[in-house]
Design a protein. Structure first.
Length: 432
């Protein structure tokens, strides 16, 4: 009998699959998306149209799509973007058309990881989405703006799904502990809120990760003949928090944006935190170093010229000694730049000059600024009227215009009064 029970347990699906909500009453999270009067609720009660569920792993994208299919009495077909091609798409579309003609009901075609389809595969859906044969429901962890072609995206609504909060995860785990058969109720185990919060923090908004961790902890507690899941079981089942990161995905760009903007706003603590989030998740340290070099010129410039020196030194340190030692050099550069006075005067100066260079006539170099290496050039005026700055007491020939005549008097660099740039501004006033 014991052997049979053990075999049955081994054949069970994972807890996360068993606990998959069957209706909206069992569904946790996404309260804004599912609130009364919201777009998705209105679509459910009236006419369902194609849409994309965009959000991180483990927030219930597939589950929500299945619940919607059940509520609308539509035929459900799950489709994997990883294993399917255009041939499979055409076959499924033919089945959907037949189902529409015979049953008078539409097919909900759920495509997991829809961002993995190439343009030709995505285009294959277009006529069927337009004529209403199918309701296309895509799930993606990637930003649809970048991964879904514009023709298809214009025909879909995009619903943004948020990571589950601590209360959501606690509710899901408590439900799993109490439910028999589907959950862990047959184990007869309890767990305090503090212990469950440890799992929730580790899961970082991912219900699947939380339930899988809880199941392992429960099995450990049962094996140790305990009636309560304790911190010891949690620490055994959760060795180290896995930081969510995708070096080529949106999280990558969100985190570097958070770092950049925290430094710009002189928030030292936030700057250190976002740097650590990136490095501990496995970001390429030279990518961070290159961005800091850019930041030093773009957001600090001549307000604190040493910022560029700090950034370049940090990059060279990472190249020279590698990681993890290089983390401290990057931290030093980040702290210095967060504390430094800020100025984007260099950035705006170049941007304005580049606009003139690209969008105006290519004005010729004034004759007096041109070299005259040959007699012919000298005879036609090359170099004529040039004044050597060092011959003047202030080191400036103030009556010699160096811009093209059409741009005379144009000012690109406008120093701020912050840091060292304040002194430069005073010097510039003397020159001007």
């Amino acid at each position: 009998m014991a052997a049979s029970t053990k075999a049955s347990s081994l054949n069970q699906p994972p807890l996360a699959e068993r606990m998959r909500p069957r209706n909206l009453d069992e569904y946790f999270g996404q309260t804004k998306l599912l609130e009364e009067g919201g777009v998705l609720k209105t679509m459910l009660s009236q006419s369902l149209s194609s849409f994309i569920l965009w959000g991180p792993p483990g927030v219930g994208k597939t589950t929500l799509a299945r619940i919607i299919a059940g509520q609308t009495e539509s035929k459900w077909i799950a489709f994997s973007a990883v294993t399917s091609g255009i041939k499979e798409i055409k076959t499924v579309m033919a089945e959907a058309e037949a189902f529409m003609n015979i049953e008078g009901r539409r097919t909900i075609l759920f495509v997991d990881e829809i961002h993995r389809f190439n343009k030709a595969q995505q285009d294959a859906f277009l006529p069927f989405v337009e004529n209403g044969t199918i309701v296309l429901v895509g799930a993606t962890t990637e930003n649809p703006s970048f991964e879904i072609n514009s023709a298809l995206l214009s025909r879909l609504k995009v619903f943004v799904m948020q990571e589950l909060g601590l209360d959501d995860l606690l509710g899901i785990m408590k439900s799993a502990l109490s439910l028999p058969e589907r959950g862990l109720g047959d184990y007869g185990l309890t767990a305090s809120d503090e212990v469950l919060k440890m799992i929730a923090v580790y899961a970082s908004g991912d219900a699947r990760t939380a339930l899988n961790s809880l199941e392992l902890a429960a099995k450990l507690a049962k094996k140790r003949e305990k009636t309560e899941i304790t911190e010891a079981e949690i620490r055994s089942s959760v060795q180290q928090a896995i930081l969510k990161y995708d070096k080529d995905g949106e999280n990558h760009y969100n985190l570097i944006s958070a770092l950049h903007k925290s430094i710009r706003n002189s928030d030292i603590q936030a700057s250190i935190y976002w740097l650590a989030r990136m490095l501990e998740a496995g970001e390429e340290p030279l990518f961070v170093a290159r961005r800091l070099v850019r930041f030093a010129s773009e957001d600090i410039g001549l307000a604190a010229p040493q910022a560029l020196t700090q950034a370049v030194a940090a990059m060279q340190t990472v190249q020279f000694i590698g990681m993890p030692e290089g983390k401290l050099a990057l931290t030093q550069a980040v702290v210095y730049m967060a504390m430094a006075p800020k100025s984007n005067a260099i950035y705006t100066a170049y941007k304005a000059a580049a606009q003139d260079a690209l969008n105006m006539m290519q004005h010729p170099v004034p004759l007096h600024l041109r070299n005259a290496p040959t007699r012919l050039m000298e005879d036609i005026g090359y170099g004529k009227g040039y004044k050597y700055a060092h011959d003047f007491e202030q080191g400036v020939a103030d009556d010699m215009e160096c811009l093209p005549r059409e741009l005379a008097g144009k000012k690109y660099y406008r120093p701020t009064k912050r840091g060292f740039e304040g002194k430069l501004g005073k010097a510039l006033n003397l020159i001007d």
